[in-house]
Design a protein. Structure first.
Length: 412
């Protein structure tokens, strides 16, 4: 009865700890690192812990977390792969995922021959005596697809390794299994929060995603700010899209937009929206002079990176495109616009419209890069050679605007 009471107390302690961390919103790293430390505190001879989970992310196919006694935890991401690696296919967790085996438990200290899993042989070499692995499914399958595919998407696979002379005791495994649903629930909460942040950032942009998650979701909630608008567009893309297969067009567009997005983010700008073969970005890094200098600083960078991309595509026998860029500064309204059931976090205002008007003058002026006098004035001193290309009337604007370009921006 004393042993039972002790095991019950340990289970309650661990479960209460997991529930508290879950309610506090601990992220995955904090949760799993603390969970491992808690197991050790409760007397579980834990040498290593590992968790693997798929990720709802455009680049990363999954995440992994490994904890070693005395070293703490380490989080890593794995990129999408069409074909699983040999190491993964020979792992115990892959066997659980694909063979519909619920649990794998091997007492390594008792084995007289090598395990069929190379990982377990490697662990035994560094002193491991016991290995236990299982998984937690988050959602009940709702389609008729393969069961293993559903487990990969909606659950987490975990393993515990001991280096104690006799391995895990029955009470250790009982503690792990009793608290497992609560660990799964806390992990699901942490994962959902992470997925929300990732998807908001990917689909809305870094700043807009953060604002929406912080509660700026009321229709008509707008903020008036001074900022620089960047209007980036590909040249000749329409004619190319009529000549090339759809898949090649998408790959090409992704190549160029990835360069533009990278340049904007590297210079503290935010992507507002993609518009066909172009994008609109905003630089709102501080006062308007800081915004203007940040936006102008990004111009030679995008020129250089597009040139490198074109050289790489030519070398690979792929079609290339060039770009146009319009910059303008002014007051904009930034926030939620739309209906009660479909909102867009975007910008509106005269400055946005004037940027579009400036972008429409690239061909007539023979300049790829056009910068309004508002940006040019705000940026001084900016350390860049801005060359006036004249004063022009813009549709819907009462006074003429002087437009500038940058040295060596003109080209064929």
């Amino acid at each position: 009865m004393i042993a039972l009471d002790s095991e019950t107390t340990k289970s309650s302690d661990l479960i209460n700890w997991l529930v508290t961390r879950g309610l506090e919103g601990a992220d995955k790293n904090q949760l799993l690192d603390g969970y491992c430390e808690k197991l050790v505190e409760l007397g579980v001879p834990l040498m290593r812990f590992h968790a693997a989970q798929s990720a709802l992310h455009p680049v990363y196919g999954g995440t992994g977390f490994s904890w070693y006694q005395g070293q703490g935890g380490d989080f890593e991401t794995f990129e999408y792969s069409e074909e699983p690696s040999e190491m993964w296919k020979q792992s115990p967790l892959f066997a659980i995922l694909n063979d519909e085996v619920e649990v794998i438990h091997e007492r390594l200290v008792d084995q007289n021959e090598a395990s069929r899993f190379p990982l377990l042989n490697d662990l035994r070499e560094i002193g491991a005596t016991d290995y236990y692995a299982t998984g937690v499914t988050f959602d009940v399958p709702t389609h008729n697809g393969p069961k293993d595919a559903k487990k990969a998407v909606d659950g987490v696979l975990m393993s515990w390794t001991s280096d104690a002379p006799e391995g895990f005791r029955d009470g250790d495994l009982s503690l792990i299994n009793t608290a497992l649903p609560h660990l799964g629930l806390a992990l699901k909460s942490a994962s959902n929060a992470r997925v929300s942040k990732d998807l908001m950032r990917v689909y809305l942009g870094r700043d807009a995603g953060r604002r929406v998650l912080s509660g700026e979701i009321r229709r008509g909630s707008l903020q008036q700010i001074d900022a620089v608008i960047w209007n980036f567009d590909l040249e000749g893309f329409t004619s190319l899209s009529e000549e090339l297969p759809g898949a090649e067009i998408i790959d090409m567009l992704n190549d160029y937009l990835a360069v533009a997005v990278g340049v904007v983010h590297d210079n503290r700008g935010n992507i507002l929206k993609f518009m066909g073969d172009g994008l609109m970005a905003m630089f709102d890094v501080g006062e308007i002079d800081e915004d203007a200098r940040a936006a102008l600083k990004a111009v030679p960078v995008v020129q250089e990176r597009i040139a490198k991309l074109n050289a790489s595509r030519v070398a690979a026998g792929l079609p290339v495109a060039n770009f146009t860029l319009a910059l303008h500064a002014g007051e904009i309204l930034y926030g939620n616009i739309g209906s009660e059931t479909r909102l867009d976090f975007t910008v509106i205002g005269p400055a946005v419209n004037q940027t579009a008007r400036i972008a429409g003058m690239h061909r007539s002026l023979g300049q790829r890069i056009l910068i309004s006098d508002d940006v040019a004035r705000a940026a001084q001193p900016c350390g860049q050679d801005l060359i006036s290309v004249g004063r022009y009337m813009l549709r819907g604007v009462a006074e003429p605007k002087e437009l500038f370009t940058v040295y060596n921006a003109k080209g064929s």
